[in-house]
Design a protein around this ligand. Sequence first.
Ligand SMILES: Cc1cc2nc3c(=O)[nH]c(=O)nc-3n(C[C@H](O)[C@H](O)[C@H](O)COP(=O)(O)OP(=O)(O)OC[C@H]3O[C@@H](n4cnc5c(N)ncnc54)[C@H](O)[C@@H]3O)c2cc1C
Ligand code: SF4
Ligand code: SF4
Length: 433
Amino acid sequence: MSQDNGKSRSNAILVLGGGISGITAAVELAEMGYEVYLAEQTASLGGRVALMNKYFPKLCPPACGLEINYQRIRKAHDKIKVLTLARAVAITGRVGAFEATLEIQPRYVNQKCTACDDCTKVCPVERPSENDYGLGTTRAIYLPHAMALPMRYVIDMKTCKGKECAKCVEACQYGAIDLDMKSTRITLNVGAIVVATGWVPNDASGLANLGFGTCANVITNVMMERLAAPNGPTQGKILRPSDGKPVQTAVFVQCAGSRDENHLPYCSSVCCLASLKQAGYLREQNPESKAYVFYIDLRAGGIFEDFLTRMQNDPAIVVQKGKVAKVREDPATRDLNIEVEDILGGGKLRMRADLVVLATGMVPSVRTAPLPLQLVCDEYGFCAPDGQLPGIVPAGTAKGPTDVATAIQDATGAAIKAIQWIHSTTSTPSITA
Ligand SMILES: Cc1cc2nc3c(=O)[nH]c(=O)nc-3n(C[C@H](O)[C@H](O)[C@H](O)COP(=O)(O)OP(=O)(O)OC[C@H]3O[C@@H](n4cnc5c(N)ncnc54)[C@H](O)[C@@H]3O)c2cc1C
Ligand code: SF4
Ligand code: SF4
């Protein structure tokens, strides 16, 4: 380590965001010999991919891609320090010599946890699961998700009854629970920062005409992933939220709020493929079922063309140009009545369905929860690929909506870029607090 205007120069790299992009950047950097801090704000690595049932185009479960990367993290453990429940609260300095202060929230469960699950059996508190997007619940002490790394429980202190209860402390034979844990701050000296903070689902509550929030059987595409996932709230059975009946007819509404000046003006590029994939989940599970996908324009570029053709070959998946204008619930049956503007034929189509899935788009995380860093963003809040402060490298869906394979490629490039910054000798301005 050398000195740069009083601050220590460092070859270490901080990666913000532990989804597939951040994990990829971190392992690539570590395998090239760089010291990496991988900071994830939630209690586990994995990001949105860990919450999916399967991913296109191969339709493999998330465990496939994630487990390989987790093994790479374990192998490079002397180079990668994984920090969960960690968010950057201040970043100062300049390329080669940043000082990043991270706040680490208490997990209340230490490394002695074996994930035996004894604690959840005695916990009296049931809370909505953020990972199930409101479709399921967990106890106040819970495992973040099936693909959690670290495989360690966490307590939601907002709902936990605290020391008056302490039933989990008694039940844990490993002494892993510490209700007194406090948040801590650490300051890291790093040479470059990769911003892999990903995306959040667009809030569908503004889509009143499509019934979200008022009709129980109208859900979003991320909720559908959880409904279909074996580790989800229905153990993978695609059931109507209102009454738990198996779904016979589902309607997928493309561009639900997307490419609409009043909501999200842009296309999230993966939603068409995601809906086709989800129509496939339903068909696989229930051979008598039927799925309708109504789209304005169908987006399936490059290598995904084959996937589109494969899904369209199923006569029970009807892919039709049409704009869904209205969804209303029949109060007696909770069935959904749907009105579609027939774009090609003209006029209106009317139909009934058990479930409506809104293909809502992807919003950059940094738009809803900004970083303590001046990022250059496009008009939609995604990080611009170029023009960031020297040493700051955005990666993956923080830069724009993409599929997993593209996010991985991008994150690999971001790792190279971060190394280039560390070794650059150009004089650059400093960020002050
Ligand atoms: C419904 C749907 C289905 C999809 N299905 C597929 C599919 O089948 N195949 C496919 O290829 N793609 C699919 N995608 C796209 C896929 O979800 C993305 O490509 C993938 O999530 C990108 O990973 P990421 O790491 O860039 O972002 P994310 O998965 O969003 O990960 C970002 C991580 O950063 C963390 N984070 C955010 N802010 C901070 C902060 N300030 N500090 C620390 N950590 C932070 C988050 O908690 C998260 O863990 C789908 C998308 C949708 C909407
Ligand atoms: S906290 Fe204790 S009881 Fe709960 S899963 Fe971990 S080891 Fe088991
Ligand atoms: S102390 Fe909190 S987490 Fe533990 S059993 Fe009681 S409510 Fe659940």
